[in-house]
Design a protein around this ligand. Sequence first.
Ligand SMILES: Nc1ncnc2c1ncn2[C@@H]1O[C@H](COP(=O)(O)OP(=O)(O)OP(=O)(O)O)[C@@H](O)[C@H]1O
Ligand SMILES: [Mg+2]
Length: 222
Amino acid sequence: MAHSIITVATMKGGSGKSTLASCLAVHWQLHGRRSAILDADPQCTIARLATREKALGGVAVIEDATDDAYKAAQRLVGSYDTVIIDTPGFRSQATLACLGVTDFVLVPVKPSPFDVDRMLDTLNVLINGVSGRRPMFRCVLTQTTRDSVIAKHIRSELAEAGFPVLDSEMTNRVVYAEAALWGATPTLLDKKGPAAREIAAIADEVEQICQSMSHVNRAAIA
Ligand SMILES: Nc1ncnc2c1ncn2[C@@H]1O[C@H](COP(=O)(O)OP(=O)(O)OP(=O)(O)O)[C@@H](O)[C@H]1O
Ligand SMILES: [Mg+2]
């Protein structure tokens, strides 16, 4: 997964984009991949997080919510192994342009029909292609309650509609918000804790997909 740009996007606000983006960046940083977050949300959630005590474990955070944010991502990916773009919870030109340069898109969705409906707008943008190309994407269920009927239902509804969903999910845990109080993620506070393990599982799944994708691309070029 060398030098990848990963965008976390959905036009549904509050679905866990910034939490997921910061958790993945810290996880990869702690596992030896130099990680940067491009904060393309004018709310600057992640840039503010990075000013707190734990400073996201040294992950570089660059703020750019302008229409040129995608250019900043392209520059950063030369110096970092992974650039994660956090986007706002509404339609923005910055997000659309970032999707055009991204290798992989994660679409977080809370298991509720209201959230799914709004998220479908994002998926339609992806499926119709941005700047003539369609980035690889996966939905990821967030703030789930383990073994809940609604999460299983939404998972199978998405799969049936042809929207791929990661097997791993982010369950609802107060430690995500608590860690943020210190400018941290659960992985920084307890590397072996349950939240850190679920983030590791999401990160591993994303890495596997990106790796298999790069094999396919290489085969296509050969
Ligand atoms: N897995 C989780 N368990 C518990 N709380 C969570 C979880 N993920 C996110 N949250 C909380 O839900 C709220 C919204 O999360 P977050 O800010 O990451 O969403 P967002 O999609 O970035 O929102 P916005 O669209 O406003 O940028 C925050 O208070 C966050 O702490
Ligand atoms: Mg956010």
